[in-house]
Design a protein around this ligand. Structure first.
Ligand SMILES: [Zn+2]
Length: 273
């Protein structure tokens, strides 16, 4: 694990992503976790310092959920598991189904004033849903063109609608993975990647954490921090990282810099001018 090579391929990044969540599927009606629970967990992640190391990737700041909607009709059709993991039928979704949800969401909450939008579909259906084109993934992100608008979209698949503890834990892991990668490589072609893994969460590791305001532990995707030369799940703000410094770089005298602010307030002021 010492040969990771970060490459900036020079394409777009999403500096201040605005997220639209489209909850889809009957699992949101009958399952053990509600859309309110999921929203609360995702909001807690975004309120935390988790994304703060992304500032080193061309100034990516904190993302925000700006709109969500719920539709408890199921997507896709039932059929045999093409992976042959599950004996009975499963829900088979097409990428086009996910794009259609994103198209509806785009109409419901279009970008305003050059906002950088991400349209995530969060699917909960029993038995488990998969997207056939991406059959081994719990989630993915991609982009398409809709009448001249570049749409950044993704899906998060909830695969255990009936077990509370697991749902709480793993959906935030998928959300953070796809969010970090959508911000750093929105066109899935020309953003930041880490060789030999792929996009910057593709080492595929997660860390279980407890965030303020959440009664349960959740998982967060680890991502590559080039300044730290390792994977991180930041839970505190780092002045060094906010200033773009490596651990071996010298840092200017901190006190005059902070001007009486706490490190957190100093960094957040820089994030939300
Ligand atoms: Zn990934």
């Amino acid at each position: 694990m010492a040969n990771e090579l970060l490459r900036d391929q020079g394409g777009p990044v999403l500096q201040r992503a605005k997220i639209v969540l489209s909850f889809r599927g009957s699992g949101w009606q009958t399952g053990a976790i509600s859309t309110t629970d999921v929203r609360r967990a995702f909001d807690a992640v975004l309120a935390s310092p988790y994304l703060s190391h992304l500032v080193q990737y061309r100034g990516i700041r904190r993302a925000e959920i700006v709109f969500s909607s719920v539709d408890t009709s199921d997507l896709g059709s039932l059929g045999p598991d093409p992976r042959k993991f599950v004996a009975g039928n499963i829900w088979l979704l097409r990428d086009e189904d996910i794009r259609n949800v994103a198209r509806d969401a785009l109409k419901a909450r279009p970008p305003q004033d050059n906002e950088e939008m991400i349209y995530f579909t969060v699917v909960s259906q029993d038995p488990i849903p998969i997207v056939v084109e991406q059959k081994d993934a719990d989630g993915y992100h991609n982009t398409f063109n809709e009448e001249g608008t570049t749409v950044f979209y993704g899906v998060l698949l909830h695969q255990s609608a009936s077990t509370v503890e697991e749902s709480w834990r793993y959906l935030p892991g998928i959300f953070t993975h796809e969010l970090v990668e959508t911000c750093t490589d929105p066109d899935v072609r020309s953003g930041f990647i880490v060789d030999p893994f792929g996009e910057i969460c593709d080492m595929g590791e997660e860390r279980a954490v407890r965030l303020p305001g959440l009664e349960r532990e959740i998982k967060l995707a680890v991502y590559w921090s080039e300044l730290k030369r390792k994977t991180v799940t930041p839970l505190t703000y780092s002045l060094r990282v906010a200033l773009g410094k490596r651990d071996t770089d010298s840092v200017p005298a901190v006190k005059p810099l902070l001007q009486g602010k706490s490190v957190r307030d100093f960094i957040l002021a820089g994030c939300n001018p």
